[in-house]
Ligand binder design. Sequence first.
Ligand SMILES: [Zn+2]
Ligand SMILES: [Zn+2]
Length: 87
Amino acid sequence: MYENAEDTSGEVCSKCGTWIDHWRNLKKSKSPTQCQRVGCGAEATDGAHVKDSKGNVMIIPLCRSCNLEKGKFNLKDESLLVSSESC
Ligand SMILES: [Zn+2]
Ligand SMILES: [Zn+2]
């Protein structure tokens, strides 16, 4: 289970710009990506900071409304998680 890390929406990656650009840089992906929250079919517009059960913070593509959700959720594909620190 994952949950949104708090108070990160105003931050940007100093190298990449927005967090969805950071995600695309690390995944070498330019194509639109579906929101990775289970049960949501919207297009991902945000690179969201999510926390796993151990408190590790990573970036995953989510749509805007899922990025603002509180509470825990599952991801469709955990292999799409990228580090928020290295790029
Ligand atoms: Zn970056
Ligand atoms: Zn969504």
